[in-house]
Design a binder for this molecule. Structure first.
Ligand code: AMP
Length: 466
C-alpha cells in the first residue's frame, strides 16, 4: 500500500508545511528512508536529484527538532552554494509552521554577516564544506550539540576535493550523532567515507530518475518572443496531444496564455498559486476526468501533479533550474508511458538547454519548426510594414500634386481677382496666357523627369561597373 505522510508519524505542523507545498504523498526515497532515519539509524540513500531526496532528510530533522533549544541541532553539508541555498529554502518552507531557524553558510557572501546571524539562534546549518570549516576555524561555529549530520551529494562533494574538509568537520561533531549520507553514485571514495564514520547503515537505493525521463522525448525549438504564441499553436496542431500541461513562469503569463488559447478555440484552464485550494482541487479533478485538454500552470501549482494520460509537456517559458525542468518534464511519461516534452527557447537561452541536458543526462534535441502560423506571423508583419510604407508614399504624392495644382492656377486666380471688370477680348487673351503657361509648366516637368531618369540610370550603371 502507498504510504502517506501522515502514516510516517510526522507532526501536524510538518504535515501542514507539506500540504502548503502540495506534496501529495512521499516519494520512493522518502517512504523508504524516513522511517529508518526516525528510528535513529545511520542511513545511506542512493538517489538522484529530482527524487525528493532533500525532503527525505529534512522531514526527519524537523520531526526531531527541539524548538526550545537554541543550539545547532543538525548540520547539512552540500557541495555547492546553489544547493545550500536551495536546501535552506526547502527547510524554511517545510518547517514554516515550526518557526525553524535555519542558516545557509556558503561562499560568495559576506562572512561577517553570517557571523552576526550565527550569534543569534540557529537550529539547522546548511553549508558548503569550505565555508563551514572557515567558521569552525574562526570559532564562530560549534557542532558540539548536533544530533544529525547529513552529507548531501557526497559523490559530488568528494569529486570536488572536499574530502579533507569533510573529515575535519566530522571530527568536530559529537561521537553519537546520526549520519545520513545521500549520493547519486557510490564510488569507492564514498564507500570508504561511509565505512569510516557510519554505524552499519542500511543502504536504500532508488532506481535512477532518468529512467522515467528516458521514456520521454525531449526537444526544443528556438523562437523569438513575439512568435512564441503562434509557434505554440503550430506545435499543438502538429503534435496533437491527448492531454497537455503548458508551463509559463508567472501567474500573469499563465492567465494571458490561457486566454489566448481559449480565443483560438482550445479548451484550456489556468492553474496558479493564488487560486484557492478548493478551486485547484476541482480543476485537477476535471483535468483528470479529461473535461478539458490543456492545463496551463506555474511551477508551484503543478508540484507533485500526477495525471495519467499527459502525453505532452510544453515549456512555453523555460524554468531557471534543472530541478524544475526535471519536475516539469516528469509530468508526462508517467507509469512508463511515452511522453514528449517541448521547450520554446529564445536564441540566448540555448545554453540553458545544454545545461538541462547535462543535468538530466539525456539528449534534448533542437528541432526546427515546420512553417505554419509562426511563419505567417513574420510574413504578416512584413506585409503590414510594406503597406504602411506605400500608404505614406501615396499620401506624399497627393500632397505634392495639390501644391502643384495650386501653383499652376495661382496666376489665373490672381488675374481674375485683379480684373474684376475685364475689357472685351481680355478673357480670351487671359485664356491664351494660361494655356501657354500650362504648356511651359508641362514642358518643364517633362524636362525634370527626363533629367532625373538619366541621373538614376547613370548612377545604376556606375554601380554595376564598379
Ligand atoms: P530533490 O530530489 O530533493 O531535489 O526534489 C525534487 C523536487 O521534488 C523538489 O522540487 C521538491 O520540492 C519536490 N518534492 C519533494 N518531495 C516531493 C513529494 N513528496 N511530492 C512532490 N514533490 C516533491
Amino acid at each position: 500500500m502507498q504510504k502517506t505522510f501522515a502514516s510516517l508519524g510526522l507532526r501536524a505542523e510538518i504535515l501542514q508545511g507539506i500540504k502548503d507545498l502540495y506534496y501529495k504523498q512521499p516519494t520512493e526515497i522518502q517512504a523508504e528512508t524516513i522511517p529508518l532515519i526516525l528510528s535513529g539509524k545511520d542511513v545511506i540513500g542512493q538517489a538522484q536529484t529530482g527524487t525528493g531526496k532533500t525532503a527525505a532528510f529534512v522531514l526527519p530533522i524537523l520531526q526531531r527538532l527541539d524548538q526550545q533549544k537554541r543550539d545547532i541541532q543538525a548540520l547539512i553539508l552540500t557541495p555547492t552554494r546553489e544547493l545550500s541555498i536551495q536546501i535552506e529554502a526547502e527547510i524554511e518552507k517545510l518547517g514554516k509552521h515550526l518557526d525553524v531557524k535555519v542558516l545557509s553558510l556558503h561562499g560568495g557572501t559576506d562572512i561577517e554577516r553570517q557571523i552576526n546571524k550565527l550569534e543569534r539562534s540557529v537550529q539547522i546549518v546548511v553549508g558548503t564544506p569550505g565555508r563551514v570549516l572557515d567558521h569552525l576555524n574562526r570559532g564562530t561555529l560549534h557542532f558540539g550539540r548536533i544530533s544529525t549530520l547529513v552529507l548531501d551529494e557526497a559523490d559530488k562533494m568528494l569529486e570536488m576535493g572536499f574530502l579533507e574538509d569533510v573529515d575535519r568537520i566530522i571530527a568536530s561533531t559529537p561521537q553519537h550523532r546520526q549520519i545520513l549520507l545521500f549520493s547519486a553514485t557510490m564510488p569507492d571514495q564514498v564507500k570508504q567515507l561511509a565505512h569510516r564514520y557510519m554505524d552499519q547503515p542500511p543502504h536504500v537505493k532508488i532506481e535512477q530518475k532518468q529512467k522515467t525521463v528516458a521514456t520521454i522525448e525531449q526537444e526544443y525549438y528556438v523562437v523569438n518572443q513575439t512568435e512564441k504564441m503562434d509557434a505554440l499553436l503550430d506545435l499543438i496542431e502538429q503534435s496533437k496531444p491527448y492531454l497537455a500541461i503548458i508551463f509559463a513562469n508567472t501567474q500573469q503569463r499563465v492567465q494571458v496564455l490561457t486566454a489566448r488559447l481559449q480565443e483560438q478555440g482550445y479548451d484550456a484552464e489556468a492553474l496558479y498559486g493564488d487560486l484557492s485550494q478548493n478551486k485547484r482541487e476541482q480543476l485537477m479533478e476535471r483535468f483528470r476526468q479529461i473535461k478539458f485538454q490543456y492545463l496551463v500552470a506555474t511551477d508551484i501549482a503543478a508540484r507533485g501533479l500526477d495525471v495519467e494520460g499527459v502525453t505532452h509537456v510544453f515549456n512555453y517559458d523555460i524554468p531557471s533550474d534543472v530541478e524544475s525542468y526535471i519536475h516539469r518534464v516528469g509530468r508526462t511519461g508517467r507509469a512508463g508511458q511515452r511522453g514528449t516534452a517541448i521547450s520554446l527557447v529564445s536564441p540566448r537561452q540555448k545554453s540553458i538547454m545544454a545545461r538541462f541536458a547535462k543535468g538530466t543526462k539525456t539528449e534534448i534535441e533542437e528541432k526546427l519548426l515546420i512553417p505554419g502560423r509562426h511563419m505567417d506571423q513574420g510574413r504578416k508583419q512584413r506585409a503590414a510594414e510594406r503597406e504602411a510604407h506605400f500608404a505614406q508614399l501615396r499620401e506624399q504624392k497627393k500632397r505634392e500634386e495639390t501644391t502643384a495644382k495650386r501653383k499652376k492656377l495661382a496666376p489665373l486666380e490672381q488675374a481674375l481677382k485683379k480684373n474684376k471688370k475685364v475689357k472685351p477680348g481680355y478673357k480670351k487673351k487671359l485664356a491664351r496666357e494660361v494655356e501657354q503657361f500650362q504648356k511651359q509648366y508641362d514642358q518643364k516637368k517633362k524636362r525634370e523627369a527626363l533629367k532625373a531618369a538619366r541621373k538614376s540610370a547613370g548612377s545604376r550603371s556606375g554601380q554595376t561597373g564598379r
